[in-house]
Design a protein around this ligand. Structure first.
Ligand SMILES: [Zn+2]
Length: 318
């Protein structure tokens, strides 16, 4: 079995991951600005489609970046609200971008069917330079993400770097598509490139939709692990506390746990501190993929009145 990492080390790894995904996000925003500018200036349908891909990937990287940011703070409470919000926001942005894109796309398909005589939209071979630069940027993202994955072994980064290498291939196909289209003046070559680029965009949108549907519907709850944690905690800490609730959710390849516990109202803060660290350690011994444990203590009302804690209020020891 793999040795359990210290919380400091876990936090450090997530920080490396966060920095790498932040680079990917900045690259996507740059790629989007570059290709959108040329797409609008030259009315190129191929570049416009590729720009939509950059926008959707940017939204996807934003959600990964935010998730890592929330996890870095291993000793602070995990903000589920922020996680839901950013994943739903990414989905809304992607759908809005795709919806806006559908207007010129439908026009383009209509002209393709109704007016076969109209010329191509990507007539300038130099536009290939824009997607070539985009491809080089994507390859750079791939190397950064892979480097971070090798250092941290975070599965979430593996998914990101695999995506980046697929997108490098996508950029190469788009570049070839632009060159072939402009030299042959073939509308079919252009349409084929547009559809190929859209295919890669849908791949990203599916990922975003899956993430947000899972988090909103609570499909990421792991019941089996939840009961395992409950039994371990109640076994080990039986004399000091009672379990109020335990919740475990999966994000990408790792877990976030939340344990709400009843403790004796007279227990000291320093003892709660120690208990909290022991509970986090116990959870991570059950499964080393649990990177974050929120521990909340509630005064146990069965001990009656005369307590030094406000009834029903939780305290969070950090
Ligand atoms: Zn992509």
């Amino acid at each position: 079995m793999v040795m359990c990492l210290s919380l400091r080390e876990v936090s450090h790894r997530f920080r490396i991951g966060f920095e790498a995904v932040r680079i990917a996000f900045i690259v996507s925003v740059t790629g989007l600005a570059l290709e959108l500018t040329f797409a609008i200036l030259f009315h190129s349908m191929i570049l416009l489609t590729d720009a939509v891909h950059w926008a959707v990937d940017g939204a996807l990287e934003f959600t990964t970046m935010m998730t890592l940011y929330l996890v870095i703070k291993v000793l602070k409470r995990f903000s589920w609200g922020v996680l839901y919000l950013e994943s739903v926001l990414a989905l809304i942005i992607s759908i809005a971008v795709l919806g806006t894109y559908m207007v010129p796309f439908v026009d383009y398909i209509n002209s393709f069917i109704a007016e076969p005589g109209t010329s191509i939209t990507t007539a300038n071979p130099f536009l290939a330079l824009a997607s070539l630069v985009g491809g080089a940027l994507t390859f750079y993202t791939f190397t950064e993400l892979r480097k971070a994955y090798i250092r941290t072994r975070l599965e979430i980064l593996k998914a990101e770097y695999v995506h980046a290498i697929i997108d490098t291939v996508a950029s190469a196909l788009v570049t070839i598509g632009i060159i072939v289209t402009s030299f042959t003046q073939s509308k079919s070559a252009e349409l084929l490139t547009v559809i190929a680029s859209l295919f890669f965009t849908f791949h990203s949108i599916t990922n975003i939709a899956e993430d947000s549907i899972k988090s909103v519907l609570g499909l990421n709850i792991d019941v089996e692990l939840k009961y395992k944690l409950m039994s371990v905690l109640s076994e080990r800490f039986a004399e000091n506390m009672r379990i109020r609730s335990v919740d475990v959710r999966k994000i990408g390849s790792f877990y976030i746990a939340k344990a709400e516990l009843y403790v004796h109202p007279h227990v000291t803060i320093s003892k709660l501190h120690k208990m909290r660290l022991a509970i986090i350690r116990a959870c991570r011994e059950v499964n080393e993929m649990i990177y974050h444990v929120d521990v909340m203590f509630y005064p146990d009302t069965k001990y009656g009145k005369g307590t030094n804690l406000v009834k029903g209020k939780s305290i969070k020891v950090t």
